[in-house]
Design a protein around this ligand. Structure first.
Ligand code: AMP
Ligand code: GLY
Length: 414
């Protein structure tokens, strides 16, 4: 089959890697790693992507980044009878609007932290003045993963309201905000395939969100991941499947919304049970890199079953090994960083899979071109073995300003 993968990160390279061999892969805009296994088109625009799929007679399109989904790329492709994996625009609102997601959860009794919604910064300030507990302030709209601000003090909360709603650092995404109670516990990412009615959860995973070791520094898209989460037990997973995933899909159906694609629940497991921090309408990055290493089934069969609404007939099996992914980033990420440095050592690696993210090929050389540059991944019987393979391989890779966390899958945490 001819498959078009939209996006250019480690997640998309992992999808291309998993689908290659049995399928002919096209990628747009892709990266240097994807260009080795796929036909490469430097196209970003939604309308041009549609033209590409029509022209190349693409059998199935897979969408990585949320922005295209929230902008309605699935609706556009479906209008042209093109198969595409992902939720339509209405369904993608579960990620596109935090207010929509929180109100849905409240209406249908899906566990999440208590919250208020504001469209007026002065009213938000007055509310913050009254409350005692720490809060998290979230821009309603998409903000490239940076729209949730943990405010431990009232001053931090006022600043967050000012930044989001008055200074509009994320533009219209800050027209409304959610102010929610700060939760403590441990985080886990549960991604599930969903065909509108049936959900099939993938193996659990965890990402390392903070830029620096020991969870210090600013939030990033993710500096590493492991799968499965060592703490996610059978009992907990049954609760999450029933009370969170299935309940959400049923709630959406009751609202007249059919959800097809990946439903990603970011959870905080508190002493009162798991609570939804956020929903994403797509595969996670870098969770997908670890998850796909453990998938034994044919990924294209799953995509087809989702699109056809026949997921209940699909048997999905997973390796019981452990997977670890460490992101090699450009020093300075997630703030400012330099790019254009040559990457060396990739050809010498054993026992790992390297998924590219911010890389590009220029005159036969692979250069850095983004904040997150490479994802070095391995699987093994234990987390320690998988982690050792990854960190051994990293010693052989070099580019100027390379930075990575040394505590992914750290033994003391597991
Ligand atoms: P979000 O974009 O909503 O997933 O938030 C990004 C990150 O902020 C999460 O992965 C958590 O680490 C943190 N976070 C979000 N909401 C809360 C909350 N209510 N309590 C504590 N931490 C949170
Ligand atoms: N790793 C977090 C995300 O994909 O949103």
């Amino acid at each position: 089959m001819k498959v078009l993968i939209i996006g250019q990160g480690g997640r998309e390279h992992a999808l291309a890697w998993k689908l290659s061999g049995r399928n002919e892969i096209y990628c747009a805009p892709g990266n240097a790693g994807m260009s080795e296994i796929a036909s490469y088109f430097e196209i970003y625009d939604k309308a041009e992507l549609l033209n590409l799929a029509i022209k190349e007679k693409i059998d199935m399109t897979i969408v990585g980044p949320e922005a295209y989904l929230v902008e309605g790329i699935v609706d556009d492709f479906e209008k042209h009878d093109l198969k595409i994996f992902g939720p339509n625009q209405k369904a993608a609102t579960i990620e596109g609007s935090k207010v929509f997601a929180k109100v849905l959860m409240q209406k249908y009794g899906i566990p999440t932290s208590p919250f208020e919604v504001f469209d007026d910064p002065n009213a938000a300030d007055r509310y913050i003045l009254r409350i005692e507990k720490p809060v998290v302030i979230k821009a309603d709209g998409l903000a490239a993963g940076k729209g949730a601000i943990v405010a431990r003090t009232k001053e931090e909360a006022f600043k967050a309201i000012d930044d989001l709603m008055r200074k509009k650092i994320f533009k219209d995404a800050g027209n409304k905000v959610v102010v929610e109670e700060f939760l403590t516990g441990w985080e886990v990412s549960i991604l599930a395939f969903c065909d509108g009615y049936t959900i099939v959860p993938m193996v659990s995973s965890m990402d390392y969100k903070k830029a620096y070791e020991n969870d210090r520094g600013p939030n990033t898209g993710g500096m590493g991941s492991i799968a499965p989460s060592p703490y996610y037990t059978g009992e907990l997973s049954q609760f999450v499947n029933r009370e969170i995933l299935l309940k959400t899909v049923n709630a959406l159906n009751r609202e007249g919304i059919e959800y097809k694609g990946v439903l990603y629940a970011g959870l905080m497991v508190t002493k009162d049970g798991p609570k939804v921090l956020e929903f994403n309408c797509r595969f996670g990055d870098p969770e997908t890199q670890s998850i796909l290493l453990l998938l034994k089934s044919d990924l294209m069969e799953i995509f087809e079953a989702v699109v056809e609404g026949e997921l209940s007939k699909c048997k999905i099996s997973w390796s019981d090994e452990k997977a670890v992914c460490v992101v090699l980033a450009s020093e300075g990420y997630p703030e400012s960083y330099k790019t254009g440095y040559e990457i060396s050592g990739l050809e010498k690696l054993k026992d790992v899979v390297v998924f590219h993210a911010g890389t590009k090929k220029v005159d036969g050389k692979i250069l850095t071109s983004g904040g997150r540059v490479l994802n070095v991944c391995a699987k093994a019987k234990t987390y320690v073995e998988a982690k050792d393979k990854v960190y051994e391989a990293i010693k052989k890779i070099h580019f100027e300003n390379m930075y990575f966390r040394k505590d992914v899958a750290n033994l003391s945490d597991l």
